[in-house]
Every structure is written in C-alpha cells, then in structure tokens.
Design a protein around this ligand. Sequence first.
Ligand code: SAH
Ligand code: SF4
Ligand code: F3S
Length: 468
Amino acid sequence: MNLPDMLEAKKRTKDKVDFIYTNPVKNDFYVGKKYFIKTYGCQMNVHDSEEISGLLENIGFERVESELDADIIILNTCAIRENAHDKVFGFLGRCKHLKKEKPDLKLILCGCMAQEKSVVDEIMAKHRYIDLVFGTHNIHELPNYLMNLHDGLNIEVKSNEGNVYETGETYHRDSKYTAWINIMYGCDKFCTYCIVPYTRGKERSRKSKDILREVECLKEKGYKEVTLLGQNVNAYGRDNESEISFAELLREVAKTGIERIRFVTSHPWNFTDEMIQVIAEYPNIMPYIHLPLQSGSDRILKLMGRRYTKEEYIALFNKIKKTIPGVAITTDIIVGFPNESDEDFEETIDVVNKCQFDGAFTFIYSPREGTPAAKMEDAVPLKVKEDRLHRLNEIVNNYSLMNNKEYLNKTVKVLLVGYSEKDGSKLYGYTETMKLVNVICDENLLGQIVDVKITDAKSFSLDGIVEK
Ligand code: SAH
Ligand code: SF4
Ligand code: F3S
C-alpha cells in the first residue's frame, strides 16, 4: 500500500468514508491486503482487537498469523506495567527492519500506551518510522484514518472519551463458543498506582437494551458463553440515572437463557448483597468471581485508595463463599507498593492463608508516570520485592493445587473450546468455576458442554476424560 494508492483510494471513496464504517462495504483497494495484529494487556484489549480486526475485515483486509506476511502490522498495547512498554518497543524495533525490505509496510500502534503523553512524545522523538498512532477512544475511526494516511507519522489520539459508540456486530470474534461483551468503558476509581483511569477515561455504561440485544444475537448464533467486561463492573449504570444496576443487568442477561455468563472485574468495594444473591440464584451465572485484593495491609490499602479494609475484604469473601455453593474465587495482588514493610507484607500473606484462593495473579509494583503513587518515595530494594513475590507465589500455588485436588474423581461440566496446546489429540475447556481442563474426548465435541471426570490435578490445570 503506497501513498499514491492511498490518495486514490481516498478520492474514490471520499463521500463514503463514514458509510464504510457504519454499514461496511468491501473496498476493492483493501481486498486481499493482509493485516497482522498483536495484543497485549487485559481482556478489554483482547476484545478491542476483535473490533479492530472486524473493522479491517469489513473493508477487505485478511488476517495473517505472522508479521512477515503482513501489509499492515498493528500493536494493541497495554500500559499497566513498565515491562509492557519494553516489549512493545522491542517488537517495533524488529518491525522497523522489515520496512527496509517492504517499504509499503505500515506500522500502527494503538491501545493504552497510545493514551500516554510520554509515549507519544517518545514516538515523535525516536520512532518516527511508525505510520499511525491512535488511542482507545477512537478505534471505530480506524478505516477513516487508513483512508487519509499521510506520509510519515500520523497521530490520532483523543483525550476525551466522547460517547459510547454502538458499532453493531463489527467484531471478528476469536471464538465461536465464548464471547466478550463490553458493558462499560473506563474507570473512576483512581487507585493510586493505576494508569487505567487515564488511558481509558471516565466510566461510561452501555445501554442495557443494547447489551441484552448483543447477548440475544450471540445466543442465536450458537454462542454458549458470554463474559461481561468492565474495569469495575459493580459500577455499571451509575453514570446514567435511568439505567439499571449491575445486579439487575446480570439478572436480565441470565433470563435470556444463554448457557454460561461470566463477568470481569468486580471490585470488592460496593459488591452488593443483591449481586451475590443473583449469582447464587441463576444456574447460568457461573460460580466464579475474580476479586482483586491488591494488599492485605490496611495501611497500604488506604495508600492505594482501595476503599476497603482487610477485615471487610475477608468478610465479603466469606459471605460469597457461604452464599454461592462451590464458588471459586481468584485475586490480584501487588507486592512492593512504595514503602511496603515486612509487617504489611505479612498481612497480605495472612489474607492469602485465610482465603486460600483458587488462583492469584501477582505483580511487583511498577510506578506509572502521572499516578499519585509514582510520586511516593520508596526505600524498598527490588531484591526484597522479588523475594516477597517469590514467597507469595509459592503459597498461592500451593492453595491452587489444594483447591484443584478437590476436583479429583469428580464429574464436572466443561465447555470445550479448543485443541490442547500440549497434546493436540486432546481438547481443552473450562469448568463452571473457570478451571482449565485438558480432556480426552472425541473432537466432534468441540463447542459442547460435556460431563468430564477429573483424573489429575495440577496447580494450573486439571486433566479429565469425557463421560459417556
Ligand atoms: N480493574 C481491575 C484491575 C485492572 S489492572 C481491578 O480493579 O481489579 C489488573 C491488575 O494489574 C490489577 O488488579 C493490579 O493487581 C495490577 N496492577 C495495576 N496497576 C499496577 C501497577 N502500577 N503495578 C503493578 N501491578 C499493577
Ligand atoms: Fe485500576 Fe483501580 Fe480502576 Fe481497577 S479499579 S482499573 S485497579 S483504578
Ligand atoms: Fe492494560 Fe489498558 Fe487493560 S493498561 S490492563 S490494556 S485497560
């Protein structure tokens, strides 16, 4: 795709630029052109990549699985920790060399890093070989940006969230069985360590009727499972007085009769009794909750701006366990927040010992420019933080194994979603409680919910055989 072609394409379709997006038509110019997309970060980014892919395919692009075969390379980036930044620029450096052999190759960077001013400044100073940078608030404009690409670096980042765009089924969904659904965008919690409120903007809920229509549509297409997405789903509807609450939304989604409903992420603050009741009441709302703890120390929780205490977290955890039979609960924990003491860390270990989580994602604190925590002084050496993480991981993994062993010789329902990576003769899927299971079974069962007898349990997965 060279520049004169681009201009010609623009001329040919000038009047239709908006039309291409709202009612996509294939554009001869793009037909057969190839895109490669690499996604970093959370489920929200994974789903944004499904949207980007859908938009590109609607105008004629085809997906390729290697950057070497692509006419455009898109990096959908994450800004949550520093190492994400290093990975992205490492990959871009390699792509830059590809441009020498393929001068028409376009490099595109989008996602949360694009919303960081420091990153955009860095790109303008040092990475001008990138062709287009666009942000998280204007994904739907991508076809227009491609039409109007100037030679050299194009930057299209908006600091304002704008509206919630209803894009219709423009997604290229990665799975035929499980689907992500955005229920809200952004986050207003401003935990002091976290960059998300800056990269994703303020909380904006989609209309419940649009969400329900999407669920119905996916159900009709044969999808078995939907996962409702938001940085803090408990806050659903709060930005719009006439909208229903998250508990009510869950109930309405359950009533559609879709077989499995999940949601991420719920914040321990404002996790209402009604939410717990609804999850317990409807068998198609899965008994699995990701409930980020972050720290067990009241002092650190306060500095993090998390709005709950250690005791409140444990009380909520116990209430959920008591009310929802067989529920699995996983968590996120940050070690080494500025000036976290040994005592603070022991409080975290204490919560882990009390809650015995099914699993935990653990991270060393990473200062993010522009967040309040990044300004806090920190005298804790990295080595101490690494030792804490190591110790925490050992404890967490033991509890995962202990919880997984409870499944041995039991029969559980598994939705089979793909071929096992380690052993292609097996399928893999997830239990209602979100345990990964590698299953010996006929491949015709792909996409089905089947009864599986569990034969082995490890820290991160189960093995099983389908029951006849
Ligand atoms: N909205 C979700 C979290 C999204 S970010 C929630 O509030 O639970 C996913 C996880 O990344 C967080 O739960 C936190 O554990 C971790 N995280 C966020 N910012 C971080 C930082 N600056 N350093 C290290 N880990 C961080
Ligand atoms: Fe970040 Fe806190 Fe919002 Fe989660 S709730 S995205 S940790 S600010
Ligand atoms: Fe990363 Fe953005 Fe998600 S910072 S974790 S991709 S919201």
